[in-house]
Design a protein. Structure first.
Length: 364
C-alpha cells in the first residue's frame, strides 16, 4: 500500500471533493477515483461514499481513519530518518527566536532534541520579530519561534499563550508618586499626534501631581457595604458580599486604559510590535517616555519610578527587579509557536524538529 497515495486520498476526503486534490497531485478525477477503488479492494472494505456535496468517509472509513493517518505519519518519519542517514555530512538546522524564548524555552528543548537527533547540528539566532521574518524570507533561517503574523505566507504551530502584564513600581506609594507631564503650547496643539503614540521630546517632563486614579479600595467597599446593609436581611448581605468579591477581583487587575495616566516606557524597536498592536486594538494612547531600552533597563526604570510598561510573562520570568506585575483587564496574550514553510518544501532536519516538538516530549 503506497503511503503517498493514501495521503492524497485522505486529503480528498478532508476536502470533500476529488476535483481540486486530483489536479494538485497530477491526477485526473477519474484517475483518483480508480486509485481509491484499488485501495478499497486491497483493504476489502468501502472507505468512502458519495454524497450530494461530493465524497465522505463511510462508517468503515471513519473507523480506519486513525490507522490510515498513522500509516502515513510513520512512513513520513521513515523517509525523514532515511534522508538524514543518506547525508554524508552533518545536517544543519538554523533556528531563530525572540530573546525571551531563547532564554526560557530553548535550552531544555535543544538539549532533548540533540539527544534524539545527534546527527543534526542546530544553530540558534536571537532576533526581533521583524528580523526573524526577514531572515526566514531570505532563507537564512529554517524555522522561527515567534508570534504568528497573518500577513506572512507561512504556517504556524501554536505552542503556548504568553500573557501580558502591567509592570508597575513595587509599592502603591511609588506608583502614585509618578507624575504625568502636562502638555504646553505647541504640545497642546499636538495632542492628537501624542495620542497616536508620538514620542514627546526630552525636557517636556515636568513635576506635577497627576489626578488620583479612581481605584476602589477593598477596605472602603467593605465599610460602605457594612453601612448600607445594616438592618437588611441575610439574602441582601450575601448579594452585597458577592458584589464585593467581584469588585475585589477586578481591583487586583490593571485596566489597560489606565496606561494613559502614567508615562509609558515602550520596549525597544523590534520588541515593541505586540505592545503597539495591543494598545492600538484597545484604542489606548499613552504618552511615551522618550527612551529606547532593552527589557532589563526598562524594568530598572519602572523600579526607579520613572514610569510604567507592559511586558509578557515570558519576558518577566526570572527577573529580580523589585517591580509588580499585575494582570491586565481585559486579558491580553501573545500566541507563541513555530513558523514554518509548506511541508512539501521542508528539509528533512526541519521536518524532524517539527515532529519532535509535536510529540510534546519537552514542555515549553
Amino acid at each position: 500500500m503506497d503511503a503517498k497515495k493514501v495521503e492524497i486520498l485522505l486529503e480528498a476526503v478532508e476536502n470533500g471533493s476529488m476535483m481540486g486534490i486530483a489536479g494538485q497531485n497530477g491526477y485526473t478525477p477519474s484517475g483518483l477515483s480508480h486509485l481509491l477503488r484499488r485501495l478499497e479492494a486491497e483493504l476489502g472494505v468501502q472507505l468512502v461514499e458519495r454524497t450530494n456535496r461530493g465524497i465522505a468517509l463511510s462508517e468503515n472509513g471513519k473507523r480506519l481513519l486513525p490507522y490510515l493517518r498513522g500509516y502515513v505519519e510513520s512512513f513520513e518519519m521513515l523517509e525523514r530518518e532515511a534522508a538524514l542517514l543518506r547525508n554524508e555530512t552533518e545536517a544543519t538546522l538554523r533556528l531563530g527566536a525572540y530573546a525571551s524564548i531563547a532564554k526560557n524555552w530553548m535550552p531544555s528543548l535543544l538539549r532533548a532534541f540533540g539527544k534524539a537527533y545527534p546527527q543534526i547540528r542546530v544553530e540558534l539566532e536571537v532576533l526581533s520579530r521583524q528580523e526573524l521574518y526577514r531572515a526566514m524570507k531570505e532563507d537564512r533561517l529554517h524555522l522561527i519561534f515567534a508570534c504568528e503574523d497573518q500577513t506572512q505566507p507561512y504556517h504556524f504551530l501554536h505552542l503556548a499563550d504568553d500573557p501580558f502584564y502591567a509592570v508597575l513600581p513595587e509599592s502603591e506609594e511609588a506608583l502614585q508618586a509618578i507624575t504625568l507631564p502636562p502638555l504646553s503650547g505647541e504640545q497642546e496643539d499636538a495632542i492628537p499626534a501624542a495620542k497616536k503614540g508620538a514620542v514627546l521630546q526630552e525636557g517636556a517632563w515636568t513635576e506635577q501631581r497627576r489626578e488620583e486614579p479612581r481605584a476602589v479600595r477593598l477596605s472602603q467597599q467593605m465599610e460602605a457595604s457594612s453601612t448600607a446593609q445594616a438592618g437588611k436581611n441575610a439574602e441582601d448581605q450575601n448579594a452585597a458580599w458577592s458584589a464585593l468579591s467581584e469588585a475585589a477581583a477586578t481591583a487586583q487587575k490593571f485596566a489597560i486604559a489606565d496606561f494613559e495616566k502614567y508615562p509609558f516606557i515602550m520596549p525597544s524597536y523590534g520588541e515593541d510590535v505586540e505592545v503597539h498592536e495591543a494598545l492600538a486594538e484597545h484604542q489606548v494612547h499613552p504618552r511615551l517616555l522618550p527612551a529606547s531600552a532593552d527589557d532589563p533597563v526598562i524594568l530598572g526604570m519602572v523600579s526607579g519610578g520613572m514610569g510604567v510598561t507592559m511586558l509578557s510573562e515570558l519576558v518577566l520570568r526570572g527577573s529580580s527587579e523589585p517591580v509588580r506585575k499585575v494582570p491586565l483587564l481585559p486579558t491580553i496574550v501573545r500566541p507563541l509557536g513555530i513558523v514554518y514553510r509548506d511541508m512539501h518544501v521542508l528539509r528533512a532536519a526541519e521536518q524532524c524538529f517539527l515532529q519532535f516538538v509535536k510529540t510534546g516530549t519537552v514542555r515549553v
